[in-house]
Write a protein that binds this ligand. Structure first.
Ligand code: A3D
Length: 318
């Protein structure tokens, strides 16, 4: 039987997720949006490319949670994106309310689903979603680290003139200005980035510049677009997580996962490398951090905690 993938939110990322899911033939797709016409229109448009692209999947649009029943994977992008000058944190109040509504909708209809959250501010929204649904913590996960790492790798590839696919790296911590690019854990076509710095292939200051550009990767795109925020790379990142779950690929991916003591953090969603397979988040991968990385990671944890406290003030039921 084909897998069922529901996309809650049929906006920029939702539509791109649907397109990618169809092209990659990972399952039937239901696009859900409170703006029903948007979901139905995008679904029909993508479906009409089936004879050209050679995919044989069902794709439909709806505003009724009954149509999303028994989904295997749910990817949530429902919310409001950042406008120029707006921080991810400004979005908190608006998107918290939306996510509560989404949680009500999916908890009745797809209690067994693997749920990937993309709505910002990511770490806090995914934590709220888990609390609102009561779903098991290994089945609710946030997308951010894959995107942030991908941006870091892409910027490095431009500088080092290497195929971006040949760079391995990841970004830890919250999805925000405190994210930590793991320079010492970056491998460029088989070589450690730190060795490339020592041998002069790239300067320390250039790497620092790239780390900063990665932190501001989303804002840079918002500034160009003026209307809306990034959606192609965020959608690719969400699909990589869904595929790893559906195909039990057990890929190691940086995602916002619930920590229960790992990295010295308890009861908090934050970006760390995890293994995603058929059981959801199957393992949190612990890597050794040096003193500086530990400090930066702690700083990021503090920012996520503070924002979650702000969320609790808005909704004391959290
Ligand atoms: P957008 O194109 O506005 O799509 C959001 C959609 O959500 C719209 O079509 C709305 O109609 C819909 N929506 C609003 N309320 C509800 C509801 N209650 N139920 C169902 N649908 C609803 O935004 P987008 O696709 O560009 O971005 C979506 C979210 O992803 C935003 O919160 C962004 O900030 C976030 N985002 C996160 C990342 C990360 O790396 C974590 C990257 C890029 C964007």
């Amino acid at each position: 039987m084909k897998k069922k993938i529901t996309l809650i939110g049929a906006g920029q990322i939702g539509g791109t997720l649907a397109h990618l899911a169809a092209l990659k033939k990972i399952g039937d797709v239901v696009l859900f949006d409170v703006a029903k016409g948007l979901a139905t229109g995008k679904a029909l448009d993508i479906a009409q490319s089936a004879p050209i692209e050679n995919f044989d999947i069902k794709i439909s649009g709806t505003d009724n949670y009954n149509d999303t029943k028994n989904s295997d994977v749910i990817i949530i992008t429902a919310g409001v994106p950042r406008k120029p000058g707006m921080t991810r944190d400004d979005l908190l109040g608006i998107n918290l309310k939306i996510i509560k509504e989404v949680a009500e909708g999916i908890k009745k209809t797809s209690p067994e689903a693997f749920v990937i959250c993309i709505t910002n501010p990511l770490d806090v929204i995914v934590m709220a979603l888990q609390k609102y649904t009561g779903f098991s913590k290994n089945k609710v996960v946030g997308m951010a680290g894959i995107l942030d790492s991908s941006r870091f790798k892409y910027f490095l590839s431009l500088e080092l003139k290497v195929n971006p696919y040949k760079i391995k790296s990841f970004v830890l911590g919250g999805h925000g200005d405190t994210m930590v690019s793991m320079v010492n854990h970056t491998i460029v076509d088989g070589k450690n980035l730190s060795d490339l710095i020592k041998s002069g292939n790239i300067s320390q200051s250039k790497v620092e510049e790239i780390v900063e550009r990665t932190k501001n990767g989303g804002a840079e795109i918002v500034k160009h677009l003026q209307k809306g925020s990034a959606f192609y790379a965020p959608a690719s990142s969400g699909i990589e997580m869904a595929e790893s779950y559906l195909k039990d690929q057990k890929k190691e991916l940086p995602c916002a996962a619930y920590l229960q003591g790992e990295y010295g953090v308890k009861d908090l969603y934050v970006g760390v490398p995890v293994i995603i397979g058929k059981k959801g988040v199957e393992k949190v991968v612990q890597i050794n951090l040096d003193e500086n990385e530990k400090k930066l990671f702690q700083n990021s944890i503090k920012a996520v905690k503070e924002l979650f406290d702000a969320a609790k003030k808005i909704d004391p039921s959290l």
